[in-house]
Design a protein around this ligand. Structure first.
Ligand code: NAD
Length: 315
């Protein structure tokens, strides 16, 4: 099969690209490298540096593509509050530009990487796909708008569209930017360095951490099905984990003590979030394979930044 992955040099994108290439498929990636790293891609993946809103580039890349995975996006929740226009331009504008280009080339199917953050704060957990969104950041707004666009334009243009609402993905190779780093690699690196961890609130807030290879399984399964047009599907581990429990597991797998400092809760904080993955199991045969402890161990083993830190003594 022929695949195009937008944002394919990013964290999830490169795990997906490399898996598909290893399975013998033709894989093309477009990524502007604003957050991605093309060196992490398998040499069989055809990489093009470019913006997902660059339609002439998309027209060339979309030729004879069976499935488009749309992952190119800006991904920080707090940053999206500071720069909402940029998030709208890339996450919403990029999706519309891609759909127009797919119409021009008659590309048949799109799988969107949407987000569980769309659910916001819900009393009843786990959340299933019927729950009304509770949009708390411009990032969440942009992801829901991207879903609406793929479904609405998909109907007009004859493009099959499916959105996977991914919860907190983690694993080797996840970026660790100095501003707004994702929680798992941040806690791992701080613990390995013997530094302190800042926890906002009492640490009892929960999330659903899903290992990246499980997310890749779901993306591949969704791309292969021709009967999912219009579906939104949660992809998580289905397990609710508090920050305090996550820190405990990190201490266990690293063998090092974490020094947690508890700070005031951030406003608009979501107390609990865990995915009901029943629909993913029914429609995709999805069953998360890795527990959080297994996923954290694999992340330590396979990510050379953490291997290097683990080899150093704590000062
Ligand atoms: P990432 O930042 O590592 O990947 C995004 C990629 O998109 C980067 O490589 C970046 O360079 C590229 N990109 C950004 N703007 C672009 C543009 N204008 N044109 C072309 N490429 C552009 O993030 P990730 O964690 O791998 O997330 C991938 C997708 O999955 C995103 O759409 C994100 O919203 C979604 N998602 C991720 C998670 C998670 O926990 N990681 C959870 C839910 C949804």
């Amino acid at each position: 099969m022929n695949y195009l992955i937008t944002g394919g040099a990013g964290f999830i994108g490169r795990h997906l690209a490399n898996r598909l290439a290893a399975l013998g498929h033709n894989v093309r990636v477009i990524d502007d490298l604003s957050a991605g790293e093309k060196e992490a891609l398998d040499s069989r993946v055809l990489f093009t540096r470019g913006d997902v809103r660059d339609q002439p580039k998309l027209w060339t890349l979309l030729h004879e593509i069976d499935v488009v995975y749309h992952l190119a996006a800006k991904v920080s929740l707090p940053q999206s509050i500071l720069y909402p226009r940029e998030y709208n331009d890339v996450n919403v504008g990029g999706t519309v530009a891609l759909m127009e280009a797919m119409r021009a080339i008659a590309a048949p199917r799109i799988v969107l990487a949407s987000s569980g953050t769309i659910y916001g704060d819900q009393k009843r957990q786990p959340v299933d796909e019927q729950v009304s969104p509770d949009l708390r950041t411009p990032y969440a707004v942009s992801k829901l708008a991207a879903e609406d666009y793929i479904f609405t334009l998909g109907r007009h243009y004859g493009i099959e569209a499916v959105a996977l609402r991914i919860f907190n993905a983690y694993g080797p190779g996840q970026a660790l930017p100095p501003a707004y780093p994702p929680v798992v690699p941040q806690l791992l690196s701080r613990t390995l360095q013997g530094g302190s961890l800042v926890v906002y609130g009492d640490g009892r807030q929960t999330r659903d951490y899903v290992y990246v290879s499980d997310v890749v399984d779901a993306l591949i399964a969704a791309g292969l099905r021709d009967d999912l047009d219009g579906e939104v599907i949660n992809i998580g581990s289905g397990v609710e984990t508090s920050v305090n429990d996550l820190i405990g597991l990190i201490e266990e797998v690293t063998g090092r003590k974490a020094h947690a400092l508890y700070n005031e809760e951030q406003s608009g904080g979501v107390r609990r979030l865990v995915a009901d993955v029943g629909k993913a199991e029914r429609l995709l045969g999805f069953r998360p394979q890795k527990s959080l402890a297994q996923g954290l161990r694999l992340t330590l083993e396979e990510d050379e930044r953490f291997r290097a830190l683990l080899a150093q003594p704590v000062v």
